[in-house]
Each structure stands twice: as C-alpha cells, then as structure tokens.
Design a protein around this ligand. Structure first.
Ligand SMILES: Cc1cc2nc3c(=O)[nH]c(=O)nc-3n(C[C@H](O)[C@H](O)[C@H](O)COP(=O)(O)O)c2cc1C
Length: 307
C-alpha cells in the first residue's frame, strides 16, 4: 500500500493535494465538500479585515490552455470570515490554511491577530495578487523589503506556521523567498497567478475582463511554477513549499513535488475537471508510486535535485 501522508510544518495532511486560495473556497460548505471529494486540506480565499468589493463582472474566462481572472480579492470582511472558519472547523478535521490579505503593510498584523484566535493550522499571507495593481499598487511580493516587512509584522502577532505566497512576476523569486524566511516565514507558497495579462474580443471591440487586465492561471503557467519551486527548493531545502500553479493531473503533482513541493495547491484544474479531479489525481499518483516502488509519497519530494 502506498502512503500519501505528508507532514507540513508539523501539520499532518492525509494527502498532499490542497485547494488553492480563491477557487471554490467561498463558503464553509464548499470548502468542506472539497475535503469530502478527496483534498488533503483546504485554503480559504483571501480574508480582509473590512469588506472588499472586488472588480466588476466579467471577472473570469477560460480557454483550452489557461484561465484569466480579475476577481479583485472580493470578500465580505472579518465578521463573515470568522463565521466561515468556525463553521468549517465543525464540519471537518482536515488541515485548514487561512489566507489573509491587506492593503497596507501594518494592516496585515491586525488581520493575522484576529485569525490566530480561530487557530487555523497554517496562515498563508497573500502579497502577490497581480489583478489589484490599479487599486493597491505593485504587490508587496515584488519587493524584498516590503515582503519581509509584511512577514515580520504577521510573525509578531501569531505563533502559527506562516506560508508567504509569492509572485512569479519578479526578477528573482528566490531573493524574495530568502527575505521572507529570514523575516520569520516557515514556508513558501509558489506561485500566485502570472501577469497581469490582457485579452480583447475583436468582434465586440471590448476587453474580455471588465478590469481589462487579470492574472493568468491553469496549464499554461505550470512550467513557470515548476521552475519557481525548483529554484526555491535548491536555495532553501529546509523550507517546505505549497507548490501551486497550473497543476492539472496526478502526474503534474508528482512532477512539482519532485521539483521540491511538499504540498500541491490545486485551483484552475477544478474548472477543467470538476469534482472528479481529486479522486482521479490520487489514483494516478498511487498507481505511479506503486509501479515505481515508492512506499511513501514524501520520498519523491525534491528528488530532481539529486539528478
Ligand atoms: C478565480 C480565482 C480566484 C483566486 N483568488 C485568490 C485569492 O483570493 N487569494 C490568493 O492568494 N490567490 C488567489 N488565486 C490564485 C490561486 O490560488 C493560485 O495561486 C493560482 O490560480 C495558480 O494556481 P492554478 O493554476 O492551479 O489555479 C485565485 C485564482 C483564481 C483562478
């Protein structure tokens, strides 16, 4: 029998597949359902202290190769977030990753402190959304100093394991990863969406997204995610990574774990494959591990680096 359990910052996951932030994870019911379908853990969408409206519709579209979204981090604010997390903890024991966001560096501290009271298993800090630039400016993940400052302030308000979610849209993601680990992060999530990008409808002469620009996710960004995870693991072999970005099959999960991921974040694949994704990916992973004589999935983490 193949063992799919993984340990991530001392938290036990039944399998390494976790729901990525913002995709389906809106209500406690939808998050709990993802666990029932086979996810090892779930991430909430980004939680704000105050209600945040997000962008106007249309906010999303998909093609054969990628999705683009400009949801704009819409959220009902802390009161609703607390309700959702409390209800979710009653529904499932699966590890819960609470993703937080704020517009100003100092505001990350207060949202982290409020979320800490609910004791999720891990806090993920979103400093890397590329579709809110017109509103919030360049993401903090684009600057070593800003990324470290956010991490430091959150670190001072909670003892929970912290994963900082990084952007691929930078000159050197490894430099940013090092700076957040030096500032107290326990883990890295890599990557958020790529871009921003832009598409237009030529018949209507109108942009595909009301916001005009959006973040790119799905299969087209998988090679960027694999390289980001590979480079971060090479530089920081003892820092676990929630490897995310374009994962679309069980084989993709194995590949990105072999590049250095400990968990595998899955988002856009659910738009392509629906509810069956979790079951099918796990079956594909188990079969491959069995055929290749691995007893534990954790044995594959980072094996590309030994080649
Ligand atoms: C519709 C949509 C909403 C998202 N919302 C969030 C969010 O609220 N917070 C966040 O950190 N990332 C958010 N993301 C980014 C995903 O968590 C993930 O990092 C990215 O989509 C790449 O993974 P994927 O290709 O598997 O979707 C969102 C992505 C999509 C497609």
């Amino acid at each position: 029998m193949v063992n799919l359990n993984v340990d991530f910052c001392g938290v036990k996951f039944e399998n390494p597949l976790v729901l990525a932030s913002g995709v389906l994870g809106v209500t406690a019911g939808s998050l709990a359902r993802v666990v029932e379908l086979g996810a090892g853990g779930v991430t909430t969408k980004s939680l704000w202290r105050q209600p945040h409206p997000g962008h106007k519709n249309p906010v999303m579209f998909g093609t054969e190769h990628y999705f683009m979204n400009a949801v704009g981090l819409s959220d009902a604010g802390l009161e609703k977030g607390i309700e959702t997390l409390t209800e979710l903890k009653e529904k499932t024991d699966a590890p819960l990753i609470a993703n937080i966001v704020a517009a100003k560096i100092e505001d990350f501290g207060s949202i982290a402190e409020s979320i800490d009271i609910l004791q999720p298993d891990i806090i993920e800090i979103n400093i890397s959304c590329p579709n809110v630039e017109s509103e919030l400016g360049k993401p903090f993940a684009c600057s070593r100093t800003d990324a470290a400052a956010v991490t430091k302030i959150v670190r001072s308000r909670t003892r929970l394991p912290l994963a900082v979610k990084l952007s691929p849209n930078v000159e050197n993601i490894v430099d940013i990863a090092k700076s957040v680990v030096d500032a107290g992060a326990n883990a890295i999530t890599a990557i958020n969406t790529v871009g921003p990008g832009m598409r237009w409808n030529i018949d209507l002469c109108s942009p595909m997204l009301a916001n005009r620009v959006g973040g790119i996710s799905g299969p087209a960004i998988f090679p960027i995610a694999v390289k980001s995870v590979f480079d971060i693991h090479a530089a920081l072999p003892n820092t676990p990574i929630i490897a995310t970005g374009g994962i679309n099959s069980g084989r993709d999960v194995l590949e990105i774990m072999m590049a250095g991921g400990t968990l595998a974040g899955v988002g856009t694949a659910l738009y392509y494959h629906g509810d069956d994704f979790w079951k099918n990916a796990k079956a594909e992973i188990t079969e491959w591990l069995d055929e290749n004589n691995f007893k534990n999935i954790s044995e594959v983490i980072g094996i590309f680096h030994k080649k």
